[in-house]
Write a new protein. Structure first.
Length: 303
């Protein structure tokens, strides 16, 4: 049975999502976010509790990088809480928005990380005799190949031969474009480093609503730390981690001017890195959910 005391395979996660949607058909709709190069379905759900009346939408994307297993574990945990939790703060955010949650947006890479190479990051498109995959977080059209990305197929940050060259990113972009105008928030889950990152990755300039996002995010990481003392840092991508272009969040933020756009680098700070022990799934999920509650509370106080 599915729980959050161990990590799960792609098939286990997909079947759990399908089953949850079937059990809560009043609120959940399965979404086919497209197909991967190897023919897997990018499965997602739409959660809409109660009357829809033009609620703003929140999009959560996880495991765009194959080895970052904690991200899909947290995404499924949060999805489950949004459906079953009785906590009033969680119920409020569950019901205030329409949620689009995609726990594994790079299924081919994720399966490869489970079956062949635990530290695999990219997709699995064959590019040379020896080298496979593009970095799906360097493959989006905005500022594509403008820094922190490689044109070498063997590199772990290979941007691909052209924007949206990957079957998985192009089909996900197609879906995102259909809901983009409704999005209040786009949340991209990565690991590791304990950072909350703001757009954009090509420049250290503080663009769009940076000041408000910094303010809301600073409160969110303070609230995240309350439960277990986990310390995050916050800032613009290029200033805080490194220059990185062609990311999914930057594409959405630029195209739809999505008010809230954050990339999380979840636990830890490198002690275990990508191999975060499974007994940290639940604590990581709880503190991350605390921060999401905080983000939406702050946003609504300011608007
Ligand atoms: O390099 C990345 O893609 C992310 N770090 S990771 O260690 N998880 O690979 C940083 C994401 C930067 N985000 C955008 N440029 N949007
Ligand atoms: Zn990542």
């Amino acid at each position: 049975t599915f729980d959050w005391t161990s990590y799960h395979t792609f098939d286990e996660i997909s079947n759990w999502v399908r089953n949850l949607a079937f059990t809560h058909a009043d609120r959940l709709t399965l979404i086919n976010g497209g197909t991967t190069f190897q023919g897997r379905e990018i499965i997602g759900v739409k959660l809409s509790t109660g009357p829809e009346n033009n609620k703003p939408a929140v999009f959560i994307e996880a495991n765009i990088h194959a080895r970052e297993w904690i991200t899909s574990a947290v995404a499924t945990y949060i999805l489950n809480e949004l459906v079953v939790s009785q906590d009033p703060a969680v119920r409020r955010i569950a019901e205030a928005y329409v949620w689009y949650i995609f726990p594994v947006v790079n299924p081919d890479g994720f399966v490869h990380s489970h079956d062949n190479n635990r530290l695999w990051r990219k997709t699995r498109t064959p590019y040379t005799f020896l080298c496979f995959g593009a970095d799906p977080n360097r493959n989006w059209p905005y500022q594509w190949m403008q820094g922190g990305a490689s044109n070498q197929a063997c590199s772990d940050t290979y941007a691909g031969p052209n924007p949206l060259s990957e079957t998985s990113t192009s089909s996900l972009a197609f879906f995102i474009d259909t809901v983009g105008p409704n999005l209040l928030a786009y949340i991209s889950l990565h690991s590791f480093s304990q950072m909350l990152l703001l757009p954009y990755g090509h420049t250290t300039a503080h663009l769009d609503n940076y000041d408000e996002m910094l303010r809301i995010g600073t409160q969110a990481i303070a609230d995240l730390s309350v439960r277990y003392g986990t310390q995050y840092v916050i800032g613009n991508i290029a200033e805080t981690i490194y220059v990185a272009t062609g990311g999914s969040m930057d594409y959405v933020k630029d195209k739809f001017k999505t008010p809230i756009a954050y990339t999380y680098e979840l636990r830890d700070r490198g002690q275990n890195g990508f191999l975060l022990p499974a007994n940290q799934i639940i604590p990581t999920s709880l503190e991350t959910l605390d921060s999401l509650v905080s983000i939406f509370r702050s946003y609504h106080q300011l608007h």
